[in-house]
Design a protein around this ligand. Structure first.
Ligand code: 4AD
Ligand code: MG
Length: 465
């Protein structure tokens, strides 16, 4: 038997007048009196191959069963197409039905809402839009590894189960084998964990950064790329309870090195998509967001703005004075909401912004303290449509200052001795950041909701599939 060729290769090959075997799912079927036209897709490309079947050559029953969603193997001759829309098509000689597709197939009708598709996340993968999104997601993962590998960064695997809270926000999912129906408590009413699986309270990680710092202060430059979990009850189009984060950490980087790397990294990923996902991006540009390609091109061709937090607050206050309305209040010390971030990026600068020197109260304990005693060397990269896409900082490398900050915040140092050891033994200046993979995916695909750029989203009250 002849070997199957992927549709992407069939369309590229231009080997007309040769026989090919393709396999895939029917996107559409059109009948005329004498011929049937089938658009077949196998996921290797957004493009379908057109199959032309002469009615006389095939069993009527078989042709009837070829409906949207059915899975086929087709053997036939690749020929130049006379019809509009494709350069080649396949003149079917033999059709084998792998799986028929009954009329109640949920992906039957075009133009369903994204909410509808989400209910069928197991089948939406077979649509054009989600095919494009997940081919791009794969490409972005490859781009990320290539970027860091080419720079000599070591891919480092931080643990998913942890006993520390990197961000200190207490948004952690507990990991336990305890019988929740019969919890033993001590005389103060606190749950006893000594008999739990790990002998202490553990959770799913909110960030691999702390372990990343251990590795960077040994290997020089590392990155992590893995799942991250946050039990924040945020039902927004930009938050997931389970998302993927890329966290590079670099010894001997100062804030300028850090910002330069953040900018270079995002531009590299966006350019990779433009260079390697042309068909999928063209489709999304046409069907999802007409300004997508323009936005992607504009980002790789502009320099990001560097903006101290204090100046950013002034710009927002000026905007309010001129009559601009925000839902959330603006004052020095406030944590910026995404409406504020997007105002700065989309309306004021019309460029990506790297905001720096945040008030220490709204940032994590590990950020390097500035001499003013009020601000820290945190960097958030703010993007059009998205808001915060990267959060990073220079790390406080001074043992005494770090310890003092932990005490100030009422953090227990117990359980963080290993982290403090990096400052105790041969401490070095270092910095790092975290890029939310799905936030990058939102930007690159133009999709509006983060639930639509991860295969099976986990959000409050939702863990289907
Ligand atoms: O700003 P965050 O909380 O920073 C950290 O976790 C640091 N430890 C990173 C570091 O310096 N190594 O998160 C980093 C990024 C955010 O900018 C955002 O893109 C993404 O992770 N992110 C989320 N993405 C989806 N759903 C959520 N719930 C997210 N929370 C953060
Ligand atoms: Mg952040």
């Amino acid at each position: 038997m002849q070997k199957r060729t992927k549709i992407v290769d069939v369309l590229k090959s231009g080997r007309v007048d040769t026989e090919v075997v393709v396999m895939g799912w029917v996107r559409t079927k059109r009948d005329s009196k004498t011929v049937v036209f089938i658009a077949l897709n196998d996921g290797s490309t957004i493009n379908n191959v057109q199959i032309v079947a002469d009615v006389v050559n095939f069993d009527e029953e078989l042709l009837k069963q070829i409906t949207t969603g059915a899975c086929l193997s087709v053997t036939g001759k690749l020929v130049q197409s006379v019809g509009a829309g494709q350069s080649v098509e396949i003149q079917a000689k033999e059709i084998k039905l792998f799986g028929a597709c009954p009329q109640d197939y949920p992906m039957q009708k075009k133009g369903q809402t994204m909410e509808y598709m989400r209910q069928y996340a197991h089948l939406r993968l077979r649509t054009n839009t989600f095919g494009a999104v997940f081919r791009i997601r794969h490409n972005m993962a490859i781009a990320i590894h290539k970027f860091f590998h080419d720079k000599g960064f070591v891919y480092f695997h931080s643990p998913l189960i942890t006993a520390s809270d990197c961000e200190g926000a207490g948004q952690m999912f507990q990991v336990t084998t305890k019988n929740l129906y019969d919890l033993q408590k001590d005389e103060n009413g606190k749950i006893i964990y000594t008999d739990d699986f790990f002998g202490k309270q553990t959770s799913l990680t909110v960030s691999g950064q702390l372990e990343g710092e251990l590795a960077a202060t040994a290997l020089g430059a590392i990155y992590t790329f893995g799942p991250t979990f946050r039990a924040e009850n945020s039902n927004t189009p930009r938050h997931l309870a389970e998302f993927w984060m890329i966290e590079p950490e670099m010894a001997f980087y100062d804030i300028d090195d850090l910002m330069a790397l953040e900018e270079e990294f995002i531009k590299y990923c966006v350019k990779w998509a433009l260079d390697n996902c042309q068909d999928d991006l063209a489709f999304l540009n046409k069907m999802i967001d007409k300004s997508l390609l323009e936005r992607l091109n504009s980002v790789i061709n502009t320099e990001f703005i560097h903006l101290p937090y204090t100046e950013g607050i002034k710009i927002l206050e000026d905007a309010i004075a001129k009559g601009h309305k925000f839902e959330f209040p603006v004052f020095w010390g406030c944590d910026l909401a995404s409406e504020h971030e997007r105002y700065l990026v989309e309306e004021h600068f019309k460029k990506p912004v790297i905001m720096i020197d945040y008030p220490k109260e709204i940032k994590s304990f590990y950020m390097k303290q500035n001499a003013d005693g009020k601000t820290v060397q945190g960097t958030d990269v703010l993007f059009p449509q998205i808001g915060e896409i990267i959060g990073g900082s220079v790390r406080e490398e001074d043992y005494g200052k770090l310890l003092a900050r932990m005490n100030e915040l009422g953090m227990k140092t117990e359980g963080y001795e290993w982290y403090l050891d990096t400052r105790k033994y041969g401490s070095c200046p270092h910095a790092g950041f975290g890029l939310g993979f799905e936030r990058l995916m939102l930007f690159v695909t133009g999709m509006a909701n983060i639930r639509d750029v991860i295969p099976f989203p986990r959000t409050p009250k939702n863990a289907e599939f």
